[in-house]
Write a protein that binds this ligand. Structure first.
Ligand SMILES: [Zn+2]
Length: 300
C-alpha cells in the first residue's frame, strides 16, 4: 500500500511513535526492509538516495521497489533521501515517489554549506513542485553532523529553534530534519542527543521532526527523543553493518569450505545466494529491532 510520508508521520504524531526510514540499495536490502515490516506489522518509509540511483539504472531499482510495494500489506511511503538540488527532486517526482527530502543545507558536493537564504530558495522551489503533485516534503535546517565535514564547534551542528521556525514558514515543508547532536555514519565516541533542543524546536514549530544519523545512539535516548516529537528516524549505517559483517562471515565460511575441498580434491562451490541470503536475514533482524524500538510495530 503506497501512501504519502505525511500520512505516515501524521499517524505517528497521534500515536506518539516514530516511523522508521530505511535505505534500499539493491534487491536484498530492499527485501529485508519489506520482510521486517511485514513481520512487525509496521508502517515504514522506504528511501533511496540519488547516489544509489547513479549506482544502478534508476528504472530497474525503482521497478523492483514498486513490485515489493504492490505485494506489501503494510503502508509504505517511497522517499528520496537527501535530494540536494531541484533537478534531482523533479526526477524522483517523475518516478512516482510519494515523499522527497530536499536537503538545501549543503551544496551538491555534500560538503560545502549553503547559506540560510540559499537553503530557503531551493527548498521552497522544490516544495512547490512536490506539493502540486500531493507529495510530502522533508527539509533540513542546520547542518547535521556529516563525516568529512568540519564542525569545529559542537554547537555548529545544532539547529537553532528560532531559525527552524522561520525556515518552516519560509519554505512550507511538511516535516523537518534537525541537528540535535546526531551524526551520519559511524564515528568515534558516543553521540549525545540534546533533548532540550528537540523539545524546544518541537514546541515552537509544531511539526513532525526527523532524526538522521541515529546509528550508535542509545536506545533510551532514541525513545526519549521520540516522546519529545521525533516522528521519522533514518537508519542506514546500522543496516549496512549488519549486512556487511554477515557477508564477511559467510565469505570466510565459503573460503574454509574451499580449502577443505582443495585438500580432498573436491569441487569449489561459488553460490552468491549462500552469501547474500544470510545478509538479508541479518539486515531484516536489525530493521525489525528498530521498528520495535520506534514503537511502530503493530501500527500497520
Ligand atoms: Zn541523513
Amino acid at each position: 500500500m503506497l501512501v504519502t510520508g505525511k500520512e505516515l508521520v501524521g499517524k505517528a504524531e497521534k500515536g506518539n511513535y516514530a516511523v522508521g526510514a530505511f535505505n534500499a540499495v539493491n534487491m536484498e536490502s530492499a527485501q529485508s526492509i519489506f520482510a521486517a515490516a511485514e513481520e512487525e506489522r509496521a508502517p515504514f518509509i522506504l528511501q533511496i538516495t540519488a547516489t544509489t540511483l547513479k549506482y544502478t539504472n534508476p528504472k530497474e531499482l525503482v521497478a523492483l521497489v514498486k513490485a515489493l510495494i504492490e505485494r506489501a500489506s503494510v503502508p509504505v511511503a517511497l522517499h528520496l533521501d537527501h535530494g540536494r538540488d531541484y533537478a534531482t527532486v523533479l526526477k524522483f517526482l517523475r518516478f512516482g515517489f510519494t515523499s522527497v527530502m530536499i536537503d538545501g543545507s549543503l551544496q551538491t558536493d555534500g560538503k560545502t554549506a549553503r547559506t540560510y537564504e540559499e537553503n530557503v530558495e531551493i527548498t521552497r522551489k522544490a516544495t512547490e513542485a512536490a506539493h502540486l503533485l500531493g507529495v510530502t516534503v522533508e527539509g533540513e535546517i542546520g547542518r547535521l553532523g556529516q563525516i568529512g565535514v568540519d564542525i569545529t564547534e559542537e554547537d555548529a551542528a545544532l539547529t537553532l529553534p528560532e531559525e527552524a521556525e522561520k525556515f518552516v514558514k519560509d519554505t512550507g515543508v511538511d516535516l523537518v530534519a534537525v541537528g540535535i547532536g546526531t551524526h551520519h555514519g559511524l564515528f568515534k565516541g558516543k553521540p549525545i542527543i540534546r533533548h532540550d533542543r528537540v523539545k524546544e524546536i518541537a514546541e515552537r514549530i509544531k511539526m513532525p521532526l526527523v532524526m538522521h544519523g541515529g546509528t550508535g545512539v542509545a536506545d533510551e535516548d532514541v525513545q526519549k527523543a521520540i516522546s519529545l516529537g521525533i516522528r521519522k528516524v533514518n537508519i542506514d549505517t546500522e543496516i549496512r553493518v549488519a549486512f556487511i559483517e554477515t557477508m564477511k562471515k559467510e565469505i570466510k565460511k565459503m573460503d574454509d569450505a574451499h580449502r577443505q575441498a582443495d585438500a580432498s580434491e573436491g569441487i569449489r562451490k561459488y553460490d552468491i545466494r549462500k552469501i547474500l541470503g544470510p545478509c538479508r536475514e541479518a539486515a531484516k533482524e536489525a530493521i525489525a529491532a528498530k521498528m520495535k524500538l520506534f514503537g511502530s510495530s503493530g501500527k500497520a
